[in-house]
Ligand binder design. Structure first.
Ligand SMILES: [Zn+2]
Ligand SMILES: [Zn+2]
Ligand SMILES: [Zn+2]
Length: 435
């Protein structure tokens, strides 16, 4: 999803969470500082700079070397103005029998780019695009399908950085977003990646370096950040979980395609999202889903297969399974509604609305889930009734506060309405701090 779609979906989800959980009907929460932090955080995941790319194919940019003869010793976090971590929004579930795996990375070459691409690069070029990095690539690969052309241009290495010597301690993404121990198929992350992503030919030497797909899919992203949020109570971390939940509802993300009108789909969604969310039928759809999912499943799944879109999710499903469940629906749309785009692309608005409802409902469920699993308020202001300081729930000052001095407010407005003397904490809410 584009940033606007994430922000709008998250805002809607927080509003509905407050309605369900705190009985707040009013919609006067537009400028609430805590909600604004969650909303902007859920879009900011795409701009994280934790994923470093090093040009190992040419044997330069060694991040550990200070040799001046090296082209550049700086590992870089973005390419052509695009932050590499943004590519984590994919979840390639198009595997077929026996090859279904939650913990896969993705590859232009293996995940897509070899079949079922239908959009020509020349079709995707826009005049304003030509100046950009992506536009320039598109212009060089006209005559090819998009993914095929990207694969050729990047030689399948853009998504795989050989780690070995160059990468040691340089790619937190590799550790963060991969959970092979949950799976039991591979001995460790390196053997998994080695099996899935053999060395690219242009490494030039056999056995040189270890192939690593540093682009891990959104279910892993959610799993990592959810665990972090549970331990720390940080809702900045939790915002990344919402991002993952929402990104898994984009059909192209679940089929692993950069092409096949992915950009056009995102643009249509982004342009229509406010209207979709404002619809009262949409709201009742979301509330119905949350109501059905807000339950304990006596046997939560340990993995999800293609047909498991029919299962009814529950709040005690592991977060990455909930993300994958979303992805199964998005992939179903890719197959059924759009026929894998072999006849071109026309937006299917019923499908777009349904997937957006799933994105918002699952975001609400995740908020309920973490609130219950944390055993304390995550999306609530905490006031000190003695000092009259108002804190975000993840403020470090709270550890020093006496429990008997705490008062809880779901919204900033509600706190200051009750006691106008409340003042934003100097450490966590300086913009509302006055004395
Ligand atoms: Zn996308
Ligand atoms: Zn994303
Ligand atoms: Zn504070």
């Amino acid at each position: 999803m584009w940033g606007g779609s994430h922000r709008a979906s998250t805002k809607k989800a927080v509003e509905l969470f407050h309605e369900i959980f705190n009985g707040i009907k009013e919609r006067t929460i537009g400028s609430d500082p805590l909600i604004n932090r969650i909303v902007s955080g859920s879009a900011a995941t795409d701009t994280m700079r934790d994923l470093e790319f090093v040009d190992v194919d040419l044997g330069r940019d060694n991040p550990h070397s200070t040799d001046l003869l090296e082209d550049s010793d700086e590992g870089h976090y973005s390419e052509g103005g695009k932050n590499l971590t943004a590519f984590n929004h994919f979840i390639d579930i198009k595997k077929g029998p026996g090859r279904f795996d939650d913990y896969d990375g993705y590859s232009y070459k293996r995940g897509s780019a070899s079949s079922e691409e239908f959009q020509d690069a020349s079709d995707a070029i826009e005049i304003e695009d030509v100046e950009t990095f992506f536009g320039e690539i598109l212009s060089r690969i006209s005559g090819m399908k998009i993914d095929e052309g990207l694969n050729w241009w990047l030689n399948d290495e853009y998504v795989h950085a050989s780690c070995h010597k160059w990468y040691r301690n340089c790619s937190p993404s590799l550790d963060r977003y991969s959970f092979p121990e949950d799976k039991g198929i591979y001995r460790n992350v390196k053997s998994e990646l080695k099996a899935r992503f053999p060395l690219a030919d242009c490494m030039g030497e056999s056995g040189k370096g270890i192939p690593c797909s540093v682009f891990m899919p959104v279910d892993n992203l959610a799993h990592y950040w959810y665990g972090y949020a549970i331990r720390s109570g940080s809702f900045d971390a939790f915002s990344n979980v919402l991002h993952a939940i929402q990104d898994a509802t984009v059909p192209h993300h679940t089929a692993g395609y950069m092409g096949n009108w992915h950009t056009e789909y995102e643009r249509d969604l982004n342009g229509a999202i406010d209207e979709i969310l404002a619809d009262t039928a949409f709201k009742s759809d979301v509330l119905r889903m949350v109501d059905a999912w807000n339950r304990e499943d006596v046997s939560p799944p340990t993995k999800l297969e293609h047909e498991d879109w029919q299962r009814v999710p529950a709040k005690n499903w592991r977060i990455d399974r909930l993300v994958t469940w979303n992805a199964l629906h998005a992939f179903k749309a890719y197959e059924d509604r759009y026929q894998r785009f072999k006849n071109g692309y026309t937006p299917d608005w019923n499908s777009i609305k349904e997937l957006t409802a799933i994105a918002v409902a699952m975001s609400v469920l995740a908020m309920i889930k973490i609130t219950e699993e944390r055993g304390g308020p995550v999306f609530t202001y905490i006031a000190n009734i003695r000092t009259k300081e108002l804190h975000f729930p993840d403020c470090r000052q709270l550890t020093k506060m006496n429990e008997s001095n705490k008062a809880f407010y779901p919204l900033y407005e509600l706190a200051v309405r009750e006691n106008p003397a409340y003042d934003g904490c100097y450490y966590c809410m300086r913009r509302k701090h006055t004395d």
